[in-house]
Write a protein that binds this ligand. Structure first.
Ligand SMILES: *[C@@H]1O[C@H](CO)[C@@H](O)[C@H](O)[C@H]1NC(C)=O
Ligand SMILES: *[C@@H]1O[C@H](CO)[C@@H](O)[C@H](O)[C@H]1NC(C)=O
Ligand SMILES: *[C@@H]1O[C@H](CO)[C@@H](O)[C@H](O)[C@H]1NC(C)=O
Ligand SMILES: *[C@@H]1O[C@H](CO)[C@@H](O)[C@H](O)[C@H]1NC(C)=O
Ligand SMILES: *[C@@H]1O[C@H](CO)[C@@H](O)[C@H](O)[C@H]1NC(C)=O
Ligand SMILES: *[C@@H]1O[C@H](CO)[C@@H](O)[C@H](O)[C@H]1NC(C)=O
Length: 309
């Protein structure tokens, strides 16, 4: 009897130990992938509080679950890494972003690599690492120094609902298949402000993106009309920022169909004609139209009904 009890106790201990090192904790390949990213943080020339906190949290020790690591978020159901929030960590550490590092994170939904000043990217996987990131919804690459090739790399990532690319230099983007971003049909949020993008609106292909809720193309010197942009298709638009471009032509009457639009900034463009009855835009909370070539007197009375109580 005593022997049986001892055996049972041993079994329980073994089972517990297996659980601690097996089921519990993040997936081993994801842990290893995170540890491969860690040197990029350590090698940064400036080690600030955020980097310190991250480096101290990402300990190479199986006792600590990598799902508890700073800036790493896992799914509570699958235990897989869901969000990687690496904004401002890898700055100055290296000049090239290696997308292959992220290939093991098959259930990744948010990848934030903003403000890291990467000057380029590589992907040594064949066909490419992003094919395995089938669930990626949010990709933030703003505040880097990527060239237009990054856009070509992203044009088939149809799972994306949010794409943030502000402050990159996309001047040399050249949509070879004439597709532009038109394939990203699930996009709801697109920020391409201050990117020096220099393609026609047709080539950029945003008119297909009927689910857009937030669109920021400000400070690009873009040429074209609002109709060419596809404004009449964007029925779900909540915010539209086109300031500091060279948009020309009239405000199309369809803007009055943007019934949930809350913010509209068209300032510093070359728009002409009369300002149509924007007062029908009952949902608007922010409106800026200055520095255009609109005709006639702008009546503040027509805005009286816009102000929300
Ligand atoms: C970090 O720096 C070490 C030492 O200089 C170097 O061997 C290593 O390749 C660097 N790692 C990365 C990811 O830059
Ligand atoms: C980062 O950590 C190192 C060693 O732990 C420490 O010497 C340094 O002061 C820390 N830097 C900051 C900015 O907290
Ligand atoms: C990118 O990362 C992958 C996987 O870690 C590695 O095999 C490859 O050599 C890296 N490529 C470059 C150019 O650093
Ligand atoms: C691209 O840049 C060139 C040179 O600044 C300019 O002449 C051309 O109109 C631009 N094209 C578009 C589509 O913005
Ligand atoms: C506004 O939407 C309605 C219903 O979809 C449509 O019939 C009408 O032509 C649209 N008006 C403009 C100016 O686009
Ligand atoms: C402003 O709202 C009032 C009351 O809702 C309405 O009677 C009036 O016609 C509106 N004026 C304009 C210019 O839309």
């Amino acid at each position: 009897m005593e022997r049986l009890l001892t055996k049972l106790c041993m079994l329980i201990v073994v089972a517990l130990a297996l659980q601690m090192h097996g089921n519990n904790g993040c997936l081993e390949k994801e842990r290893i992938a995170l540890l491969a990213i860690k040197p990029f943080i350590i090698n940064a020339t400036v080690i600030d509080d955020e980097r310190n906190r991250t480096v101290e949290s990402w300990v190479d020790n199986r006792v600590f679950d990598c799902c508890d690591w700073y800036r790493v978020e896992c799914s509570t159901t699958t235990g897989r890494v869901m969000n990687l929030l690496l904004s401002g960590l890898l700055y100055e550490s290296t000049t090239i972003l290696n997308f292959s590092l992220f290939q093991p994170f098959e259930q990744l939904q948010i990848l934030d690599l903003s403000d890291n000043y990467f000057k380029g990217w590589v992907d040594s996987r064949d066909p490419d690492s992003f094919r395995s990131l089938k669930q990626l919804k949010t990709l933030n690459l703003g505040g880097n120094r990527f060239s237009g090739s990054i856009l070509s790399y992203l044009t088939t990532r149809t799972s994306l609902t949010t794409l943030i690319l502000y402050s990159n230099n996309l001047e040399d983007f050249n949509p070879t298949q004439g597709e532009g971003l038109g394939n990203l049909r699930n996009l709801e949020y697109l920020d391409m402000s201050t990117t020096s993008i220099n393609v026609s609106l047709q080539e950029l292909g945003l008119a297909n993106l009927r689910n857009l809720k937030f669109l920021d193309l400000s400070e690009n010197g873009m040429i074209g009309s609002l109709q060419e942009l596809g404004i009449c298709n964007f029925k779900n638009l909540i915010e539209l920022d086109l300031k500091w471009n060279n948009f020309e032509g009239h405000l199309p009457p369809c803007v009055n169909n943007l019934t949930i639009l809350r913010a509209l900034d068209l300032s510093s463009n070359k728009l002409t004609g009369n300002i149509p009855s924007i007062n029908l835009l009952t949902s608007i909370e922010y409106l800026s139209l200055w520095d255009n070539n609109f005709e006639g007197l702008f009546s503040f009375g027509s805005l009286a009904n816009l102000s929300k109580p």
